[in-house]
Structure formats: structure tokens, C-alpha cells
Design a protein around this ligand. Sequence first.
Ligand code: GLN
Length: 230
Amino acid sequence: GDNASSKKVYKVGVDTTYPPFEYKDGNEYKGIDIDLINAIAENQDFKIELNAMDFGGIIPAMQANQLDVAIAGMSITDDRKKVVDFSTPYFEAGLTVVVKKDNSNIKSVDDLKGKNVAVKKGTTGAKFAQETASKLGINVVQFNDSPAMFQEVSNGNADALIEDYPVISYAIAQKDPGLKIVGDRLNGDQYGIAVLKGQNKDLLGKINKGLAELKKDGTYDKIVNSYLGE
Ligand code: GLN
């Protein structure tokens, strides 16, 4: 619409803290996901209200109609497709094993046998760890957010953690949490923006259209490069 006050406001769920995709700088939200959803909203003439919450609470909040959209470094998975519709992919990620910097005995997933492995609730990393647990026998310890999970390994309470590659490499580059990545990326996956399944066709159409325009006009690259460099 022409009038700002008549624009539809959508409630957008983001992870509490997941740099470089979302984080708070003072009172201001920043990150690739934040800039992207703001740019899409501007391009498609709607408004958003950000709601930061534990990642594991985001899909349940959508199902309870407390959120219209989620952009939270959320990987597109078949499990999730049963309850949400995803936009076209907007970022390549994938999981990796992370240990304390001075750890020299964990070099691959197989070395996790019998170890304590920290994960974040509701994530693809948690699912990977649970599947590995039933094959190998590992002890999976769950956390609500990434900083708590990182700390568990840096303080030696857990032997390893599973995190998205772009997130842990950004953390290591930015503030050296005393952690290191081991082995190859465990999978390839892609982030998508989610809306509740079958109930938000219009909104999903706008998100996909906005995303396509931002990719075409260079805004998408500009946003990503502003956090990750060229
Ligand atoms: N990409 C992972 C997932 O979708 C982790 C997301 C997150 O921790 N915000 O489960």
C-alpha cells in the first residue's frame, strides 16, 4: 500500500544469537538474516517485527501461530518440510565437528565414540549427533544456544560440539573462542526462509520474489560481503 501504516506486519522468528546470521549489537539486531529479511520486506512492501528465541522454539512458535516467518540459519530438511514451506535456498552451510584448540585425539566423527558431544536443541547438528550416538555410542548433551554450547567445549566439560561451518568459522575468526574445526564438512545443506506449511502462500511468493530481486540487483551480495568479506 501507499500508506506506511497500512502495510502488513509479519512476525519473524530469529535465533537468539547466531553470528554472522543474527546477533545483537547493543539494542540493534544485525546479521545476514536480519539485513536480508529487512531488504526483502522493503522490496516487497511489508513490515516485520523481529522475535529472538531459542532455535528449538521457533518451529513450535510458528505452529502455535506466534510467528509468520522464520529466518534463523535454518537448514532446509525433509523433516521440516512436513511442517513448514521453505523459500528458495539463500546460503550454503553444512555441519562440522569442533573441539578445543589443544585437543589432538579427535580428528573425525569416528573419534567421538564414547565422548561427550554438545549440540543445540532442535538443530540439524543435534539430529546428526543423535544418529551418530545410536551408531557409535556417544553422549549427547543439549544446549539452548550456540554460546552455551561453545563454552561447554572451551571449558572442557564436553569433548566436541557440532555446529554449522559458516557459524563456527566466523566465531573462530572474530573472537577466538579456543576452539578448532576438525575433519571435513559432514554434509552440505542450504538455509531457507520458512513459513507455516500451506498457510502463507502469498507471503512465501513475496519472499521468493524479493530474494530473487535482491540477488539480481547485487543487494544480496552486498549484505553477505558486509559480514564475510569478498
Ligand atoms: N542450520 C542448523 C539447523 O537448521 C542450525 C540453525 C541454528 O542453530 N540457528 O538446524
